[in-house]
Design a protein around this ligand. Sequence first.
Ligand SMILES: *[C@@H]1O[C@H](CO)[C@@H](O)[C@H](O)[C@H]1NC(C)=O
Ligand SMILES: *[C@@H]1O[C@H](CO)[C@@H](O)[C@H](O)[C@H]1NC(C)=O
Ligand SMILES: [Cu+2]
Length: 184
Amino acid sequence: MAKLANVVVLVVVAFAAICLHSVEAADFTVGGSSGWFNSPPGGASFYSNWASGLTFKVNDVLVFNFATGSHDVAILTKANFDSCNVNNPIQLIRNGPARVTLNRTGEFYFACAFPGHCNSGQKLSINVSNSPSSPTSPSPAGAPGSSPTPPSGQQSPPPSSANSLAITIPLLLATICLSLFLHF
Ligand SMILES: *[C@@H]1O[C@H](CO)[C@@H](O)[C@H](O)[C@H]1NC(C)=O
Ligand SMILES: *[C@@H]1O[C@H](CO)[C@@H](O)[C@H](O)[C@H]1NC(C)=O
Ligand SMILES: [Cu+2]
């Protein structure tokens, strides 16, 4: 009995950890170990290639690794990004490493405002989505975890009732986790 209770606690903790992990925001280091620098190999395609395999969600963080005074991070409009006009940034972050929280969905445009750096490829555009894997509207009531309900009022021996508890609680948590995930 005591051992089964321990199993229940372990399963609950494991599900809570998985649930929190899938909802928490992620950090992305721009350009990976190369960091944020001018004249990357292949020009601007270097940072496009880095971003192409990734999915960005609201509250994720971009980390631009550079030495303060050597580069910076200018947040630009699309028009200024396309023409590498860094004179009127929406925001300019001078200190590295710079952390930028992606606080909305849609497109973000970044470049270095040091002369010539944007034109040599130090620029990055990304598209932030909210829930890329769930195009359908969220319906927690119809979640798959809600159907298998254990029989109630049954005069079963303690191990069996503890077993049904061990199944019910994770299913409940999975349902909560799924509905949280669909909302984020
Ligand atoms: C996102 O952050 C920027 C700069 O920190 C701020 O100017 C902007 O208003 C924020 N947008 C939203 C939707 O909160
Ligand atoms: C960004 O994503 C939105 C929503 O999926 C889409 O409508 C838009 O065209 C995308 N922008 C780019 C530049 O791909
Ligand atoms: Cu630069």
